[in-house]
Design a protein around this ligand. Structure first.
Ligand code: HEC
Ligand code: HEC
Ligand code: HEC
Ligand code: HEC
Ligand code: HEC
Length: 314
């Protein structure tokens, strides 16, 4: 079956010279993402779950762009064609699709889908383009995060964390699925991820009887925590003071993405927490709040007895 199909396909394509009977012209006209799902069903389902799909219909974006009236805000949220290192241009069709497949993969210059592989794809021309495997491809929109990443000198690309891969077919449609072997399918839900204890080094000491110092180092995430271009993600560090298991006081600090306010990669940051109450234990809590979520999420929690806390300088 497979052999016969390959034979028929090759004979038809070579015999007809430039004529490709499998070409589906509309794919070269930047169709909606749903159209790509006819063949790339798995990738489409992941993308549907991503913030890139929500970039246009997001309630918070709608509000902050004043119901799409701030034109300078729109192009990264509904781009025509992405460009390395450059803000993209605004698309004037299918905007509800947000950052869709064609805007990331189709290039006017070559009239083909650019991607990481050398593929045989009769329905549309494809071109191998290794920039897709590098952080640079994200840099036109995630400008600030890209700059932060670049400064760290990290060898891990954005994709290695935010598009983790697994061996699978990248196409699910008969008969094409028969011709193609499994490849690395990169997760198109672009998972946001969540920092955890293993990403952070946390040291606690006493400045004096009423002041606790907490020094936090972002050891592993090669950009600011939090990081943003236009969004307003936040971290909160809270120290709760207890006496005999009853909470008697708390002190909290807000951490924003800008400059030194954030947890910069491998740069220790010391925060001060004060109480005038008599306490015999404390807890440290780190939470984050993403721009588009209403609720905070817990990242780290630890309870410590007062006599376990060292004096600073020790
Ligand atoms: C066309 C511009 C554009 C390009 C190119 C782009 N992004 Fe995005 N990305 C956005 C926008 C806009 C959002 C926010 C969408 C929203 O939540 O409204 C976003 C959101 C995200 C998020 C979720 C962030 C959050 O706070 O929830 C991740 C992770 C992400 N992008 C990773 C990537 C990676 C990795 C690449 C490169 C492979 C990339 N992006 C390329 C514009 C872009
Ligand atoms: C250069 C590209 C670019 C432009 C221009 C841009 N954004 Fe974004 N926007 C992003 C990226 C990338 C994200 C992903 C999260 C982050 O890094 O802030 C994002 C995320 C957001 C978010 C958080 C996600 C959400 O859906 O709530 C809001 C709100 C937002 N942008 C509003 C705006 C507004 C308002 C403007 C105009 C002042 C604007 N954006 C212009 C790239 C852009
Ligand atoms: C009728 C089927 C079909 C449709 C519809 C289709 N593709 Fe494909 N596409 C293929 C085939 C076949 C391959 C090669 C698969 C393989 O080698 O495993 C492919 C490969 C690709 C690649 C990989 C290119 C590379 O060089 O790495 C990209 C990117 C791609 N398609 C994007 C799209 C986009 C975007 C759409 C929607 C606008 C789309 N495709 C619609 C059949 C299709
Ligand atoms: C924000 C940009 C972006 C969007 C949106 C996007 N892709 Fe991709 N896509 C990429 C990048 C980057 C890679 C390469 C990842 C790598 O090799 O590290 C990729 C890889 C691919 C591949 C090759 C297989 C793989 O997983 O590596 C196919 C096929 C593909 N995309 C199809 C699609 C389709 C279909 C959609 C829409 C449902 C889509 N892409 C949406 C950026 C995007
Ligand atoms: C070593 C893995 C790693 C690499 C490489 C990486 N990130 Fe992240 N990224 C993370 C983790 C972990 C988080 C979750 C932080 C948290 O808890 O909010 C994150 C969060 C984000 C967020 C959401 C905002 C936030 O502060 O939570 C965006 C946007 C983002 N990364 C974009 C990028 C871009 C763009 C690149 C490449 C320039 C990149 N990341 C490289 C691990 C990574």
């Amino acid at each position: 079956m497979r052999i016969i199909l390959i034979l028929i396909a090759t004979v038809m394509i070579t015999a007809c010279n430039n004529f490709n009977p499998f070409l589906e012209e509309d794919l070269l006209k930047r169709p909606k993402a749903k159209r790509c799902a006819d063949c790339h069903k798995k990738i489409y389902d992941q993308w549907k779950d991503s913030r890139h799909f929500h970039s246009w219909n997001s309630e918070t974006f709608k509000r902050s762009s004043q119901n799409y009236s701030k034109v300078k805000c729109l192009s990264c949220h509904a781009p025509y064609e992405i460009k390395v290192g450059e803000k993209p241009e605004l698309r004037n069709f299918h905007r509800e699709d947000g950052i869709n497949c064609a805007s990331c993969h189709f290039k006017d210059e070559t009239k083909s889908m650019h991607g990481p592989y050398k593929v045989f794809s009769p329905p549309h021309p494809s071109k191998q383009d290794l920039t897709y495997t590098k952080s640079e491809i994200c840099s036109g929109c995630h400008q600030e995060t890209y700059k932060e990443w670049k400064k760290t000198g990290s060898e891990n690309s954005c994709q290695s964390c935010h598009m983790p891969s697994k061996k699978d077919k990248i196409i699910q449609k008969f008969p094409f699925d028969l011709f193609h072997s499994k490849k690395d399918l990169h997760n198109h839900s672009f998972p946001v991820l969540k920092a955890s204890e293993k990403d952070l080094e946390i040291k606690i000491s006493k400045e004096d009887e009423s002041t606790i110092l907490v020094t936090i180092t972002n050891k592993t995430v090669p950009h600011n925590l939090p990081t943003a271009d236009q969004g307003k993600p936040k971290f909160y560090v809270t120290v709760e003071f207890y006496k005999d298991d009853n909470k008697i006081d708390e002190d909290s600090q807000l951490i924003l993405h800008k400059g030194d306010e954030a947890f910069v990669y491998q740069k220790p940051k010391t925060l001060e927490f004060t109480t005038f109450e008599e306490y015999n234990s404390i807890s440290i809590k780190i939470e984050r709040k993403l721009s588009w979520k209403k609720k905070r999420e817990l990242i780290f929690f630890k309870k410590v007895r007062r006599d376990e806390i060292r004096d600073s300088g020790l």
